[in-house]
Design a protein around this ligand. Structure first.
Ligand code: AMP
Length: 217
């Protein structure tokens, strides 16, 4: 089973992916997290991706597609793709890569969030630099300022969550990623969830979609 979560930066893909992975046992593949890990470890891929990630641009398609292809295994693993594909080129490459394996995308869920809300969420988002726990300085601050509730690590703002870079990322989403909505609608695997609801309600809606797909298989 392959599930794709599509949505603007700030729509809650990461948070919801963790809930879905815990409930259904999906292997969560988050390309943004992978790039941040490669950058921190100063690997050759990290060095190539660094400037794009920092400035809110997309990493070139060939680098992303190659990296994802290297991580997918066709041994019954159920994948949840978070942040990939992000362009039509990536979506077509994924289709080409899956076809010979007789693997298909079972469902694409679009977390739909108004852009103004996405920008506001991104600029108030903070993350633990140690364990990756996500906070929001307005709606969910850590109990002790700047310290992670879960592990005590430093809670910081991602460089690409500054207001200017967040706005740029939303524009990039609209230009390059939003066309995937029409692409996957045509492939009849598309579902949409209102991401402006509470995280609990968004999870409930996502679970309902996955349950429906699982029951129909
Ligand atoms: P995210 O954590 O999903 O918001 O991703 C952070 C950054 O990683 C993005 O702004 C891009 O620079 C890069 N990135 C993640 N996934 C992709 C992708 N599928 N294609 C291109 N760049 C990506």
């Amino acid at each position: 089973m392959i599930v794709i979560l599509l949505g603007a930066p700030g729509a809650g893909k990461g948070t919801q992916s963790k809930m879905l992975a815990a409930k259904y046992g999906f292997k969560h593949l988050a390309t943004g997290d992978i790039f941040r890990g490669e950058i921190a470890a100063k690997t050759p891929l990290g060095q190539k991706a660094q400037e794009y990630v920092k400035s809110g641009k997309l990493v070139p398609d060939n680098l992303v597609t190659e990296m994802v292809a290297g991580k997918l295994e066709f041994n019954g693993t159920q994948y949840l793709l978070d942040g990939f594909p992000r362009t039509l080129d990536q979506a077509q490459s994924l289709d080409k890569f899956l076809a010979p394996q007789k693997a298909t995308i079972n469902v694409v869920i679009y977390l739909n969030l108004p852009h103004a809300e996405a920008i506001s969420r991104l600029s108030s988002r903070r993350v633990c630099s140690k364990c990756g726990e996500v906070y929001n300085i307005t709606t969910r601050p850590p109990a002790a300022e700047g310290k992670c509730d879960a592990c005590g690590g430093d809670v910081v703002q991602r460089e690409d969550d500054s207001e200017a870079t967040a706005k740029k990322r939303i524009m990039v989403f609209e230009d390059l990623t939003h066309p995937l909505v029409a692409y996957y609608k045509a492939e009849q695997v598309f579902h949409e969830v209102n991401a402006a609801q509470s995280p609990e309600k968004v999870s409930a809606d996502l679970f309902a979609v996955i349950d429906q797909i699982t029951a129909a298989r």
